[in-house]
Every structure is written in C-alpha cells, then in structure tokens.
Design a protein around this ligand. Structure first.
Ligand SMILES: C[C@H](O)[C@H](C)C(=O)SCCNC(=O)CCNC(=O)[C@H](O)C(C)(C)COP(=O)([O-])OP(=O)([O-])OC[C@H]1O[C@@H](n2cnc3c(N)ncnc32)[C@H](O)[C@@H]1OP(=O)([O-])[O-]
Length: 947
C-alpha cells in the first residue's frame, strides 16, 4: 500500500500504491506510519519525499471505509508524525491531491506540484468537512477568505492557482517526484519550524465576523438546508479564533455531527451511485466491461431547435466534427448563428478557442453518408422521425450508428424502419443539452452491445452522466414525472394552491417547485402532447366525464390554464403572474385562485386543508413507486440509476439522495402504508397503488399478517413516554439522520419515535420501564419482521451505502433484521430486538421480477455482508438517535443540488423536456426500549440459548 525506497543515497521515497486513486485506506495509513518511522530513524535518510503511484498523488480518505468501524491507525496521528519529524518531508503532487490527500500534503514541510495537478478539499460535497486538520491548516497557510471559499465549495484548484495562493512551493512541468527529490536535498539543514503549518498564526482579517456572516448567507442561499457548508464555516472560525489544538478539537466535533447525518449518507451515496450508473448492463449479459465502444470522430445532428443546437455544441467542444442539418434555409441560418454564438461564449468561459472549424451546416441529408453517428433531434412526431430514419438508412454508410433524441417515443419502432436495427439507440439529452449533465441512453430490444457501449462512451466524452435505460414510454425520467405532475394537479383540485405545493417541495429541497418549474419550461409543450394523445381538445368525446380519461382520474386544470394563453414565464402568465414576459419573479395570481375556486364549485369539490406532509408524500412517494415499477419492468437495472437520473435531470435535492434513496430513508414500510392509504382515498389513480400489490398472494398475506400483528402491538404502546406516534413530516427529518434503528423498526410498525430524537438523551437506566400491555391470547410473543417490499428493495440495491458504524457492540445490523435474523421479543416486560441463533439459513424468497442481468452486484452484496458480520460482534441492538442541531432544519431546505449537476453555464432556459440488505449498520445511543443494557443482553442471550 506504500513502497519505501532509499534514493540518491539519502532520500526516503514513500510511494502510495493503492489504485485507482491512492485513497488513504487503513493499510495505506499503516504503511505511511511505518515508512515515516523507518525514515526518521534511519541515519542515512536526510529527507523524505511522498508521492503517489500512477501519476496520482492521493484522492483522500477511502470513502468506502466510512461505512464501517475505524480500522487501522487514525489518520491525524499518522500525519502529525510527518510534521513533527526532524527531517524535511516534501509532497510530490501529480494528478490530484484531494481531501485527506491534500491534508497529507499540508502536513509535509514542502509541496511541489506538477503543472496539471488539481488540489482541493471536496469533503463538503460528501456532507462532511476536511477533518484531518484541513479546516485549521489551510486558513493558517492562505488566510481566511481564500480558505473559506475552497472549503465551503469543495472547488478543485489548479497547480498554478495553488502556487499563487501560497499552498505549493513550486510548480513543475516535469515529473513532480524527480523535482521533489532535488528540492528535498536542498532543504536539508534549513530550519523546519517555520514550515510547520500548525505553528503559524492565522492571518485574521479585521472584519472577521462580517466575513463569516457573509459566507454564511452565501452558502444558505446557494445550498439551503445543507449542513456541511455551515459546519465548515464554524470550523474555519475556530482556525481564526482558537489555538491550533483547540481548533482541531472543534473540527473533530463538527465532523462527528456531520459524519453520522443522513445528509452525509445521501451525498456519499450520490458519489457512488453516479459511478455505478456508468457500469451498465443489458439483459443479453453484455455490459460495460465486456463491450467495446466504437470511436466517434464525426457526427451529424438533425434539427437545430433548442435540443439540436445544444447537442451540436456538446459534440463540437470535445473535438468531434459535426454536420448540422435543417430543413429550411432560414432555420439553418438561424441555427448556425446561435450555435456559433454558444460555442464562442463557451470557449471564452473556458479560456480556449472555439472549435468552429469542426462545424458544417447543410440542408441535405445526402451530406451525412460518411459520418460515424447521427443524432436525430427533430420535432417529437413519430411519423416525421420514421421518415428521417428511413432516409438515413438509405443515405448513411452501413456502419453508421443512428440515434434519436426522442424524450419518450418507441426507439424500437424507429429501429424497425431502418436496415440496421442493431445500430439504433436512443440518446435522450435534457434541455439545454450543452448544460444539463444527464443523458439517458435508451437500449431497444435490438440495440447491439457495441451500439450501447458507443453511446455511453460518447456521453462520457461529452462530460455527461450517462445512464442506460430500457425502451418504454417516457423511458425512466419522464415516465416517473407523469405521476408526480398528476399528483400536483390533483392536489390543486382538492384545495391546495400552486404556491403552497411549490413551497412544500422547495422546503423539501427542490430548487423550484413543480409549478414554478412548469412556468419556466413552458406550459404549451405538455398541452400539445395532451392534445396529440387525445386527452384534451376536440378529439375528446363530449360524453366523456371531464375529470376522467380511460377510467382514470384526469385533471383538466392545466388545459384550462393554457386555453387562457397562459404558457408560463415566456408569456408573463402561467401558474403565476410575472411583471412582463420573460421575467422570472413569480407572483401569486388571484386569477388562478379564481379559476381554482370556480373549478371546484363547478364540480362540487369541497376544498380541504392540505398539509405539507400530504403534498410531500403524494408527490414523492408516487415518484418512488413508479421507480419500483420501472425496476420490476427491467427498464432500469438498479435504483441507483433512477436516483442518478433524478439528481442530474430533474434537480432532485442531492442531500436527499434521489427518490429511491429517499424512500429507503423514510422506511419502505412507511412509504407502502402511505401509498395504500392514499390509494384507498383515490382508487381511480392507479399510480398510487403500491407496487407490492402486484406481489404474489402468498407473500402479500404473509406481509400483512405480520404487519397487522406488529401494528397492533405498537399501537398498544402508544401511551408510553418513550414510544410516541409519528408526528407527520418530522419522520422524514428524523429518518434522514439515517441512524435510528428504533425509528426504522417503528416504521415497520407504522409508528415512530421521532420526537424522541429532539429530546436530550436519557440514560437507559433512567428511562421509565412501563410494562408492555399484555398481548392478546392468540398472539405469540415473537414478531417476525420479514417484509417483502423492504427485502426486495434491499436485494436490488446492494450498492446503497451502509451508514457509518463506529466500533461498538451496541451497533445493530439492520440487514439481518430484514433477513429474519432478528426477532422482537418481550423480555422482562420490555420489547427488545434479539438476534436469532444461527440455526437455519433458508433460501431468500423469490427475487424480484427484474432482468437477471441487472443483478450484477450480487457478489458485492455478499462481500458487504461478510464485512458487516465480521465487524459486528456480540448481540446487536437498536438505538435512539441523539439530537442533531440542524438536521431537522434540512426538511425546511430550499434549493437543489449543488455538485456536478450544477454548472456555471445557464444561459438557456432549464429543462423543457418535456438481496438482501447492503449490510446497514445503524448507530445508537442509549435507549431502553430497544437497547437493553449489558445485563439485559446477557439475559437475552440466556433466554435465546435456553429456549
Ligand atoms: C480525512 C479527510 O478530510 C476526508 C474525510 C476525506 O478525505 S473524504 C474524501 C475526499 N476525497 C474526495 O472526495 C475525492 C473523491 N474522488 C473523486 O473526486 C474522483 O474519484 C477523482 C479522485 C477526482 C478521480 O476521478 P476519476 O474520474 O478519474 O475516477 P472516478 O471514476 O471518479 O474514480 C475511480 C474509482 O475510484 C473510486 N474512488 C475515487 N475516490 C475515492 C475515495 N476517496 N475513496 C474511495 N474510492 C474512491 C471511485 O468510486 C471509482 O471506483 P469504481 O467505480 O471504479 O469502483
């Protein structure tokens, strides 16, 4: 994990060897500690150089280790030994020095960077802070304002900027390691004290408070509801106001709060989900690592509307020559000017020259005969698209790949009109295509693995986050959007206002609520689609009930809004009013209020007060429910793929992880129960029917029997002070802590201890010991909590990051709960979780009906589980979460994601496009109900072994 060599007779060269990014895993930390000890004690060694193998210095702490207990030496003492040593240590930075890797360099006495290297502290993007002294050392080195900016944004800086800021001592175009070796020899004998960053005094600006206040306002505006940037500011304040050792203590305390937060779990999940999405797999067994993409040097784009123009720019700026085709001279000229303008602005922003020479504009498809790939981006009309594909089939050489940018039409139907259906796939960009990072690559049943590999690799080359999806109406993203939008308009009918619904969604974390977003995108697009599909307009049979289509509930309010010429921001009126067309400042419009009131009285609808909880549940649970359907249909391989689509294509708040992750955090039983509840209230809305209903009768019976029993017991405990019923929305806030075992359990029961979370923790021994009411005579004292939906979900989501698990016998393995290793027993009048003795290992129930090829991470799951089992020793118990200062405020978050999906460019309008568990370990504090004291543990073990 680190190589030790003596070079130039007197320099110890320590090379980190942990591919791919030389992350500081436990063996690496161990190896650094040993190597430093060796170097410092060897009299031949006069200086030390630390570098990373394969041209990468270090990508920071090993994020995968966050899920388990700390093993090996903690990082800080290892790094402190470097700084404290009496021999100069030089960091040779090639590739990247990020997070803990950057902090390692800050503990060295000197830093040399290769000119292409990038440095940064991206911890904030993972929901944590630089916790190996980064928040205390960087301000001492470069001052508060610059450090604050780097730490709160996570921005990577170039070697040149690092030199300017005073972070590195030298930048070289040569090999950084060679340069560092020379540098180290020259440093021998020079005093080391001034080089120890911990001894420096932070340059403290006179207006420190104002500066920190401004930074706080800025992050609250940019990433509302997100905890980590605020904690970073507090840590930097400590660097300015406290001695180093106290500041380090403060940093570590802030880290402890963040580390266990649900936001950190969600953000770290997003990091891995994004990388998992690139590992596509097809039902045929073809996948990312056994299919070779073709190289694409030339491409054509047909249609120079908003989408087509963005696609041309995306291709040209990565060096692909593009032929752009339009049908009319005027449209072509207009498109040419806009594309050139966009490319020039883009190049100026990036400080490069615009690749205009790669562009060709034409009116003739005949010019496309030699291109490697075509992307059709004409109007969303199947007949038109078919004509284009027939023509392309005739014109293009036989090997040309033909792709369509349709946002939901049948890709296989298009493949069917060509002479090469295996070379046809969907490439669904999101508008504006040169800004939005998401690309859905649609695999038709006849698409070859080479075609998919090529489309995915082209997406990556263009800097997109590409996700392979199946061919069904709307694919994944837009298919899920429909039930979400439907719920929003149904809520309007029932009594809500656009402002109220938007506010609830924005408080949840969306940058924009559904109606504000629709106004931005333009309401006419959806109206036209509804007219074309016969849902509204003259084609609707007048005898058809106005609020029903094909037996399902239909809300005509969006059509009525469009009939009044209200198309959103561009017309100055939509769900809101604007001062003038194009204005973005949405104001509530009394005319919409009137429209809603008239509508309700016309149809005899008695408006009711609708809570924010109902808005969130109906809009978001229905989204996840459709996600489950998509998984069941095999249209997405993994829940991570769905979440990535929503994070990058639909601005789902990143600190919530995505709709599927969010559902898992709320607790799937809770989601199921609420969907059942809403479906009963609205039986004519099929999307509200929980997907588990489609499950086999036997399993359903099993689930509901057990659930009923558990619910009955839970309800009978309702008066207990340590067992409170769920108080609405706070369940979500609480669950986003992601660490309360007891909550999770209660979720199964339809009850929740939310409020407990906000109270100071009480010692186990001091909690009242209320006896559990006697069980009905026909009940056993054991509740089996096997729940098919949860089990299913966890089986298909083995990559979901398990939450942190500090080493402690009190930590409980939820995964095992789901696979029936746990049972709830009443012991000494208390309900306790008890691990079942390992007597039988029944085969898990039937796996979900998704394509088997999509279940590739099965192996990883087994490995995860093994790790978990190895690390959790002794009886495992539940917990109550400790109060968290700001997590609950997360639920009042405003604003969307702020990481990769958020690019600087935003010149155009936003999207108009139209196995068991991973081994979750949930940490705990003391709690009587489910965390028996040690003596009770012994009793339990006793009981278990004597039963
Ligand atoms: C104490 C200290 O204060 C704290 C608390 C910390 O230090 S917290 C940690 C702070 N560090 C970070 O936030 C850096 C995170 N990494 C990145 O930003 C990028 O990875 C990259 C370094 C710029 C390289 O990009 P890439 O495009 O060349 O490759 P990749 O596809 O992204 O990554 C290649 C493979 O490496 C894996 N990987 C990357 N960084 C990793 C890391 N830090 N830990 C574990 N795995 C990592 C990644 O999952 C992928 O795996 P797989 O999918 O192949 O199985």
């Amino acid at each position: 994990m680190a190589r030790y060599e003596l070079v130039k007779r007197s320099v110890a060269l320590i090379t980190l060897t942990n591919p791919p990014v030389n992350a500081l895993s436990s063996p690496v930390r161990h190896a650094i500690a040993n190597s430093m000890e060796r170097a410092l004690s060897d009299p031949k060694v006069r200086a030390v150089v630390i570098c990373g193998e394969n041209g990468r210095f270090c990508g920071g702490a090993d994020i995968r280790e966050f899920a388990g207990p700390l093993r090996g030496p903690p990082l800080i003492p290892v790094l402190e030994a470097i700084e404290a040593g009496d021999k100069p240590v030089v960091a040779a930075i090639e590739g990247m020095a990020l997070g803990g890797g950057f902090e390692l360099a800050l503990f060295c006495h000197y830093r040399i960077a290769q000119s292409k290297a990038r440095l940064g502290l991206p911890e904030v993007t993972l929901g944590i802070l630089p916790a190996a002294g980064g928040t205390q050392r960087l301000p001492r080195l470069i001052g508060i304002p610059a450090a604050l900016e780097m730490i709160t944004t996570g921005r990577h800086i170039s070697a040149q900027e690092a030199l300017k800021l005073g972070i590195v001592d030298q930048v070289t175009d040569q090999n950084a390691c060679e340069t560092a070796l020379e540098f180290a020899l020259k440093a021998v004998g020079k005093p080391l004290s001034p080089r120890r960053v911990s001894t420096l005094t932070t340059p403290c600006p006179p207006d420190l408070d104002a500066l920190l206040e401004a930074a706080t306002m800025q992050v609250k505006k940019k990433t509302p509801g997100v905890m980590a940037p605020l904690a970073c500011i507090q840590a930097v304040r400590a660097a300015a106001t406290m001695p180093y050792s106290k500041g380090m203590k403060q940093e570590s305390e802030l880290m402890a709060t963040l580390f266990n937060s649900g936001q950190a779990r969600a953000l770290q999940y997003c990091f891995f989900a994004q990388r998992t999405a690139g590992k596509w797999t097809l039902p045929s067994g073809a996948q990312w690592n056994n299919s070779k993409p073709r190289e694409i040097r030339s491409a054509a784009v047909i249609g120079l509307g908003t989408m087509g123009r963005g696609i041309v720019v995306s291709l040209a700026r990565v060096g692909i020559s593009v032929i752009a085709v339009e049908s009319e001279k005027k449209l072509l000229e207009n498109g040419r000017q806009m594309v050139i303008g966009m490319l020039e602005r883009d190049a100026k922003r990036r400080g490069v020259s615009a690749s205009l020479n790669l562009l060709k504009f034409t009116l003739s498809l005949q010019d496309l005969k030699d291109v490697d790939l075509v992307i059709e981006a004409v109007f969303e009309d199947m007949a038109l698209k078919k004509r284009v594909f027939q023509e392309l089939s005739k014109v293009c050489r036989p090997g040309t790949l033909l792709c369509t940018n349709t946002s939901g039409l049948d890709v296989d139907a298009l493949a069917g009109v060509t002479d090469r259906p295996h070379l046809v796939a969907g490439m669904h960009f999101f508008s504006p295509a040169h800004v939005m990072k998401l690309l859905e690559v649609v695999c038709g049943p006849r698409s070859s693995s080479e075609t998919i590999a090529t489309a995915m690799s082209l997406g990556k080359k263009m800097g997109k986050v590409s996700v392979a999806v199946g061919n069904c109406p709307g694919f994944v993203g837009n298919r899920m959007l429909k039930p979400y939008l439907d719920q929003a308009t149904f809520l309007l009918e029932e009594g809500a206002t656009p402002e109220q619904i938007d506010k609830a969604l924005e408080d949840f974390g969306f940058a924009m609520g559904v109606f504000r977003m629709s106004d931005l995108a333009g309401l006419d697009v959806g109206w036209r689609v509804r007219k074309e599909s016969g849902l509204t307009g003259p084609d609707v049979d007048p005898k058809n009930p106005p609020r029903k289509r094909q037996g399902r509930r239909y809300c005509p309010i969006p059509d009525m809004v469009c009939e009044q010429g209200r198309f959103g921001q561009k017309t100055g009126r939509g769900w809101y009013k604007y001062d003038k067309p194009g204005d973005t400042n949405a104001k509530p419009d009394p005319l919409i209020q009137n429209l809603l009131e008239t509508y309700r009285s016309r149809y005899g609808i008695q408006p009711r007060n609708i809570s924010d909880q109902e808005i969130i549940e109906r809009c978001l649970f229905v989204l996840a429910n459709e996600g489950f359907r998509i998984l069941e249909d095999g249209m997405a391989a993994r829940p991570e793929d769905i979440d990535v689509i929503y994070l990058f294509g639909y601005a789902f708040p990143r600190h919530r992880g995505g709709p599927m992750f969010y559902a898992s955090m709320v607790g799937l039983e809770r989601v199921l129960e609420r969907l059942e509840h809403y479906h009963q209230a609205h039986p004519d809305v099929p999307h509200l029917e929980p997907i588990t209903m489609a499950y086999t009768g036997a399993q359903k019976a099993l689930k509901s029997d057990k659930l009923d029993e558990a619910q009955a017991l839970a309800k009978s405990c309702a008066g207990r002070p340590d067992f409170l019923p769920c108080d609405g929305l706070s369940i979500c806030a609480t669950h986003s802590h992601g660490k309360c075992f007891k909550l999770h359990w209660c979720c199964h029961l339809g009850w929740c201890h939310c409020k407990y979370v906000y109270q100071p923790m009480t010692n186990v021994a001091q909690l009242p010991s209320t006896p559990v009411p006697a069980a009905p005579s026909d009940c056993t004292d054991t509740i089996d909590l096997s729940i098919s939906l949860t089990e299913r979900f966890l089986r298909i989501s083995p990559c979901f990051l398990p939450p942190p698990c500090p080493e402690s016998p009190k930590y409980c393995n939820i995964a095992e709960l789901f696979i029936d290793d746990y049972i709830v027993k009443r012991i000494n009048g208390k309900m306790c979780y008890v691990q079942r003795p390992p007597i039988h290992t029944e085969a898990p129930s039937t796996p979900p009906q998704i394509n088997p090829a999509s279940l590739t991470p099965q192996k990883q799951h087994t490995e995860d589980k093994q790790t978990v089992e190895e690390t959790v020793k002794g009886p495992k118990m539940g917990h109550c979460s400790s109060p968290s200062s700001s997590e609950d405020s997360g639920i009042n978050a405003l604003g969307g994601h702020y990481l990769e999906s958020c690019e600087e460019e935003s010149e155009d309008e936003l999207s108009t496009d139209g196995h068991s568990s991973p081994g979750s370990l949930w940490d705990q504090d003391e709690c009587t109900l489910l965390s028996p004291s040690k003596s009770i543990v012994e009793i339990i073990e006793n009981i278990e072994t004597t039963v």
